[in-house]
Write a protein of this length. Structure first.
Lengths: 108, 118
C-alpha cells in the first residue's frame, strides 16, 4: 500500500499570499496517477489537478501541481477567499487507492 | 452535466446491513468505472471499492473485504454498495465517484451518511 503523507497539517495564510502544499509518497508513484482535490465543509471533494500537473476543467490558473517520484507539490499562487479549504492528494495507480491525510489552508 | 446522487444512508445497528445506491446521469454510465469513497466525521478520505465499467472487475480496501459488495446496473444507470456486518468504524459519509477516461476520480456525488450505532 502506498502511504501519502501531506504537510503541513495546517497552513495559516492571508488572502493574496502563496500557498505551498506537500505530498510525499512511501514509494515512487507514476506522475500520471497523482491527483489533488479541494474540499470545503459540507461539500464533496472537487478535482483540481490530475496527472500531477494538469488542471481540471474550470480550475483557475493560480492552482498548479508539480513533482515526480515520491515528492509532489500543490501551489496556489495568490490565495483568494474561496481557496480556504482542505486539500488532499491521492494516487490511483494501484490497489488500494489511497489519500493523504489532508492539509487545511486557513485564514490567518 | 454529470450528476451523481446517493441514497440509502441512515442509522443502523452494529451487525446489520444496509444498501447504498448512486443514481447517475449526464454521461454514458456503462462506459466508466465507478468508486465508493468514505469519510468518517471530521476525518480524511478513504477509498472503499471500485467496479469496472461492465462489472467484471471489483476491488476493495482490506477493511471491508468480505463485508461489502459493489455492483452496478448499467440499464438503470445505478451503482450500489451492499454493506453487511456493519461496525461502528464504518460510520461515515459515503460518496460515489466517477472514473475519468484517464482513470482518476473526476466527479463525486454529495454523499450519503451512514451511522452505525446501537
Amino acid at each position: 500500500e502506498i502511504v501519502l503523507t501531506q504537510s503541513p497539517g495546517t497552513l495559516s495564510l492571508s488572502p493574496g499570499e502563496r500557498a505551498t502544499l506537500s505530498c510525499r509518497a512511501s514509494q515512487s508513484v507514476a506522475s500520471s496517477y497523482l491527483v489533488w482535490y479541494q474540499q470545503k465543509p459540507g461539500q464533496a471533494p472537487r478535482l483540481l489537478i490530475f496527472g500531477a500537473s494538469s488542471r481540471a476543467p474550470g480550475i483557475p490558473d493560480r492552482f498548479s501541481g508539480s513533482g515526480s517520484g515520491t515528492d509532489f507539490t500543490l501551489t496556489i499562487s495568490r490565495l483568494e477567499p474561496e481557496d480556504f479549504a482542505v486539500y488532499y492528494c491521492h494516487h490511483y495507480g494501484s490497489s488500494p487507492l489511497t489519500f493523504g491525510g489532508g492539509t487545511k489552508v486557513e485564514i490567518k | 452535466q454529470v450528476q451523481l446522487v446517493e441514497s440509502g444512508g441512515g442509522v443502523v445497528q452494529p451487525g446489520r446491513s444496509l444498501r447504498l445506491s448512486c443514481a447517475a446521469s449526464g454521461f454514458t454510465f456503462s462506459n466508466y468505472g465507478m468508486h465508493w469513497v468514505r469519510q468518517a466525521p471530521g476525518k480524511g478520505l478513504e477509498w472503499v471499492a471500485v467496479i469496472s465499467h461492465d462489472g467484471s472487475n471489483k476491488f476493495y480496501v482490506d477493511s471491508v473485504k468480505g463485508r461489502f459488495s459493489i455492483s452496478r446496473d448499467n440499464a438503470n444507470r445505478t451503482l450500489y454498495l451492499q454493506m453487511y456486518s456493519l461496525r461502528a468504524e464504518d460510520t461515515a459519509m459515503y460518496y460515489c465517484a466517477k472514473t475519468a477516461g484517464r482513470g482518476h476520480l473526476d466527479y463525486w456525488g454529495q454523499g450519503a451518511l451512514v451511522t452505525v450505532s446501537s
